[in-house]
Design a protein around this ligand. Structure first.
Ligand SMILES: [Zn+2]
Ligand SMILES: [Zn+2]
Length: 333
């Protein structure tokens, strides 16, 4: 859902995004306002992000101390990894139907004081891809390996070869992760299985590195299968892209936070991390900034059954969006 607020005559426009979806977790907070739906929990605080943007919308609609257009983007399905809400809204023509110069979003951050803001210019969150590798050999009797093509041995060599992707092929100044999270082959000791199945998770912070890793995984898997007369099928499933905050918009977002809560409650050089977020799709289309808002130093981690969004952030979050709009679309003097 997109709501639009206009004030004054300026043709300029900005978008603010909140995510809305929950997770398939049984809530264990025991709070009076805990989820009433078993197996559906706001364990990432997206209900809080939506409440913050609604608060800002109400305040901006009343005060209208800006000149231009604000699009309030309420996005579903951030957590689903494939064909997510951001991607689908863009495919539905979000930026053609609601043109804007820049887009901003925020996410709560456990482990940091409530009302504290964190910013990271440039590559902030990782691209996250998944690779399915199926090695088709030829099954047979454990005592007659010369009549079989053993996919377990080929898969084992491939697991070790994949360790060279980051250590030998990626520029050492780039961060990346290649993890074989699953390796399944065979069921009993006296049978050589017909196939082996590997699932690989890939994280990267740079488009070139991401392409390089995909190419290396394909080459190594094919070469190992070829070397043993096996066949290999590779399904490389791209997840969310790298989330890259643009410099100018990050500087503005940072200045607004400093003015609102003071220098001591703002971290301007927050470290990138290997989580991923579909706000990255918007930032491929428009400049903007995705920032973090502390959820409390003792807050439970995101996606935990005991997580609770810190309601102290509702006011400061709404005030922040309001100030950002007023700064981005200033009244003409
Ligand atoms: Zn989440
Ligand atoms: Zn989230």
């Amino acid at each position: 859902m997109v709501a639009t607020l206009k004030a004054g005559n300026s043709p300029r426009a900005v978008a603010l995004r909140a995510d809305m979806d929950a997770l398939p977790i049984v809530e264990e907070t025991g709070l009076p306002y805990a989820s009433a739906e078993p197996g559906k929990m706001h364990a990432c605080g997206h209900d809080g992000h939506t409440a913050i943007l609604l608060g800002a919308a109400r305040h901006l609609a009343r005060t209208r101390r800006f000149d231009g257009t604000v699009h309030l983007v309420f996005q579903p399905a951030e957590e689903i990894l494939l064909d997510s809400g951001a991607k689908r809204m863009i495919e539905d023509g979000l930026f053609e139907r609601f043109p804007c110069e820049a887009i901003f979003g925020l996410h709560n951050q456990p482990g940091y004081p409530a009302g504290n803001f964190m910013f990271c210019g440039g590559a902030f969150m990782a691209a996250c891809d998944t690779v399915d590798v199926v090695i088709d050999g030829y099954g047979g009797h454990a005592a007659r390996p010369h009549l079989a093509v053993d996919p377990t041995v080929i898969g084992s060599q491939l697991v070790m070869a994949l360790q060279t992707v980051v250590s030998r092929s990626v520029d050492p100044m780039q961060a990346a992760v290649v993890t074989v999270g699953s390796f399944n082959a065979g069921a009993v000791a006296n049978v050589i299985p017909g196939s082996a199945h590997l699932q690989v998770s890939v994280r990267s912070f740079d488009t070139q590195t991401r392409k390089l890793i995909e190419a290396r995984i394909r080459t190594l898997a094919k070469a190992h299968a070829d070397a043993h007369s096996a066949r290999v099928e590779i399904d490389y499933v791209p997840g969310y892209p790298v989330l890259v905050n643009s410099r100018k918009e990050t500087d503005l977002a940072l200045a607004v936070a400093r003015e609102l809560v003071g220098e001591h409650r703002v971290i301007s050089d927050f470290a990138p991390f290997a989580g991923s977020e579909d706000f990255a799709y918007y930032l491929q289309e428009k400049p903007g900034c995705f920032l973090r808002l502390g959820n409390g130093e003792h807050s439970c981690t995101l996606h935990n059954a005991s997580y609770d969004f810190n309601d102290d952030n509702l006011t400061v979050g709404a005030a922040y969006w309001t100030r950002l709009v007023e700064q981005f679309l200033p009244l003409q003097q």
